[in-house]
Design a protein around this ligand. Structure first.
Ligand SMILES: *[C@@H]1O[C@H](CO)[C@@H](O)[C@H](O)[C@H]1NC(C)=O
Ligand SMILES: *[C@@H]1O[C@H](CO)[C@@H](O)[C@H](O)[C@H]1NC(C)=O
Ligand SMILES: *[C@@H]1O[C@H](CO)[C@@H](O)[C@H](O)[C@H]1NC(C)=O
Ligand SMILES: *[C@@H]1O[C@H](CO)[C@@H](O)[C@H](O)[C@H]1NC(C)=O
Ligand SMILES: *[C@@H]1O[C@H](CO)[C@@H](O)[C@H](O)[C@H]1NC(C)=O
Length: 395
C-alpha cells in the first residue's frame, strides 16, 4: 500500500489501532517466555508450557500460546482438556527438543500429548525427539525402552496441525487416536530410513481425518492406518525412504473395528519398501477393510508397489496355520505408474477363508529394470480390470 497523503496515513493508523485493540481484547496472547521458558536447549521448560496451557484452557477467550525462536528443552508435556470450549492456537517459531537421555521418556507412551481437547491448532514448529541413541541401543542386544511417540492427539476434536516438522522421533512421530475432524497440512517428518518403528503419521479409531501436502521420510510406514479409521483423505504426500502408506497391521486383536472410506490420492513413493499396502495378521478377527481408493500414484523404485498381505506373521509366532479373519472389499487402484525395484510389482495375498472381493485395477503401468516385464501374483482374490494393466493382471 502506498501512502502519500498525511491525512490518509492518520486514518490508516487509527484504523489499525482500533483493529489491534479489538483483537488483543478478544485473543489472549501467551508467550511461553513470560511463564519461565528458556530457549537455551538446557533448562526444562515443561512447567512453563503447562502453565501457559492451564491459563489458555481455563479461559473462555480464544488464546494463542506463542513459542518464539530458540531451542526449548521440554522433558514431557501432557496438555489436557476439557477446556472452556475456546480455540487454542500454538504458534511455534522455535524448536522443542526432547531430553537427550532416552531413558527419561523412553518408557512413556508420549512425549507431547493433547488429550480430550476441542479446537486446538498447531502452527509451525520443530519437534526434535532426539531418538538416535535409542535406535542405536535397539540395534544392539541391550534391553532398551520402547520409546515415546513424539506428538499424540487422543480423544480430541477439530484439530489442525499446519507446517509442523517432526525430527528423529524415538518411536512414532505423530499419532491420532480416538479423534474426529483432524487436518494435517504441510507437515514434514524426517528420520533415517533405518530408524526402527518411526512411523510418520499413525491414525486409529478416528474419523474425518485429512493429511495434505506433506513430506515424510522415515524408517517405518509414512502413514499407518489402524483399526477403526473412517473417512480418511490423504492427498499430495511424498513418501521415502519409508515403508509406504499402509492400512494395518490389522487383526492384531480379535475384536477390532474396521477401516472404511479411505482415499489416497496424488502421492509419490521414492525408494520405499512398499507403496500402497494393506496388511493383516494371519489370525482370526472381526475387522474389515472396505471402500478404499488409491489414485494417481507415482512409484520410483519401490520394492512392493501394490501389495495386500493377509498372511503377516513375523517370526512365525502366534499365527502359523491360521487364516486372517479380516474381510477386504472394494479397493480401487487407479492410475498407478512408475517403477518397481523387484520383479513382483503387484501382489494380492489374501485370506483363504475371506478372499478379497471387489478389487479394481484401472490404468496400472509399472516397470522393472526399465522393462515392462514386472509380474503380478494373486491368491484368493477376485476383481476386475479396465484400461492398461502392466504387469498383466492375475485377477
Ligand atoms: C541440544 O542439546 C543436545 C544435548 O543435550 C544436543 O545433542 C543437540 O545437538 C542440541 N541441539 C541444538 C540444535 O543445538
Ligand atoms: C483453572 O480453573 C480451575 C477451576 O476453576 C482452578 O482450580 C485453576 O486454578 C485454574 N487454573 C489457572 C491456571 O487459572
Ligand atoms: C467440533 O466438532 C464437533 C463435531 O465433530 C462440533 O459439534 C463442535 O461444535 C466443534 N467444535 C468446535 C469448537 O468447532
Ligand atoms: C468418505 O470420506 C470423505 C472424506 O475423506 C467424505 O467427504 C465422504 O463424505 C465420505 N463418504 C461417506 C460415504 O461417508
Ligand atoms: C508405461 O509407462 C512407460 C514409461 O514408464 C511408457 O513408456 C509406456 O508407453 C507405458 N505403457 C502404456 C501401455 O501406456
Amino acid at each position: 500500500m502506498k501512502i502519500n497523503n498525511p491525512f490518509s496515513s492518520i486514518l490508516l493508523i487509527s484504523f489499525f489501532s482500533i483493529f489491534f485493540t479489538k483483537s488483543i481484547a478478544d485473543v489472549m496472547f501467551l508467550n511461553v517466555i513470560n511463564f519461565g521458558a528458556k530457549s537455551d536447549n538446557k533448562t526444562d521448560s515443561s512447567y512453563a508450557f503447562l502453565s501457559a496451557w492451564d491459563l489458555a484452557c481455563n479461559s473462555s477467550k480464544s488464546s494463542t500460546i506463542y513459542v518464539p525462536k530458540g531451542i526449548f528443552l521440554v522433558k514431557q508435556a501432557y496438555f489436557k482438556g476439557k477446556c472452556n470450549n475456546n480455540p487454542i492456537i500454538f504458534r511455534i517459531d522455535g524448536s522443542i527438543v526432547a531430553p537427550f537421555d532416552y531413558n527419561v521418556i523412553g518408557n512413556e507412551k508420549n512425549w507431547i500429548l493433547f488429550q480430550g481437547v476441542d479446537g486446538v491448532s498447531i502452527v509451525g514448529g520443530n519437534l526434535d525427539g532426539q531418538g538416535s541413541s535409542l535406535w542405536t541401543c535397539k540395534s544392539s542386544t541391550k534391553n532398551c525402552p520402547r520409546g515415546a511417540t513424539t506428538l499424540g492427539f487422543s480423544n480430541s476434536n477439530n484439530v489442525s496441525i499446519t507446517g509442523l516438522t517432526s525430527l528423529n522421533s524415538q518411536m512414532f512421530h505423530i499419532v491420532i487416536n480416538g479423534c474426529k475432524n483432524v487436518k494435517l497440512q504441510g507437515v514434514k517428518v524426517y528420520a533415517p530410513g533405518e530408524s526402527p518403528n518411526t512411523d510418520g503419521i499413525h491414525v486409529q479409531l478416528s474419523s474425518d481425518i485429512s493429511i495434505l501436502n506433506s513430506i515424510i521420510s522415515t524408517g517405518d510406514d509414512c502413514v499407518s492406518i489402524g483399526p477403526g479409521t473412517s473417512n480418511l483423505w490423504i492427498q499430495n504426500v511424498a513418501c521415502g525412504p519409508g515403508h509406504g502408506i499402509s492400512i494395518g497391521s490389522l487383526a492384531k486383536d480379535f475384536e477390532e473395528a474396521g477401516v472404511q472410506n479411505v482415499t489416497v490420492k496424488s502421492v509419490m513413493f521414492m525408494n520405499t519398501q512398499n507403496g500402497v499396502r494393506i496388511k493383516t495378521w494371519g489370525r482370526p478377527s472381526t475387522g474389515f477393510v472396505n471402500n478404499v481408493l488409491f489414485q494417481h500414484v507415482a512409484m520410483i523404485d519401490v520394492e512392493n508397489p501394490i501389495v495386500i498381505d493377509q498372511n503377516y506373521c513375523p517370526y512365525n509366532k502366534n499365527c502359523p496355520g491360521q487364516v486372517s479373519g479380516v474381510k477386504v472389499s472394494d479397493v480401487t487402484y487407479q492410475d498407478i505408474h512408475g517403477s518397481s525395484a523387484t520383479r513382483v510389482a503387484m501382489k494380492f495375498d489374501c485370506s483363504k477363508r475371506n478372499p478379497c472381493k471387489g478389487i479394481k485395477l484401472e490404468d496400472v503401468n509399472l516397470s522393472y529394470k526399465n522393462e515392462p516385464a514386472a509380474e503380478a501374483s494373486c491368491s484368493n482374490v477376485a476383481g476386475t480390470t479396465t484400461g492398461v494393466i502392466q504387469p498383466t493382471s492375475c485377477l
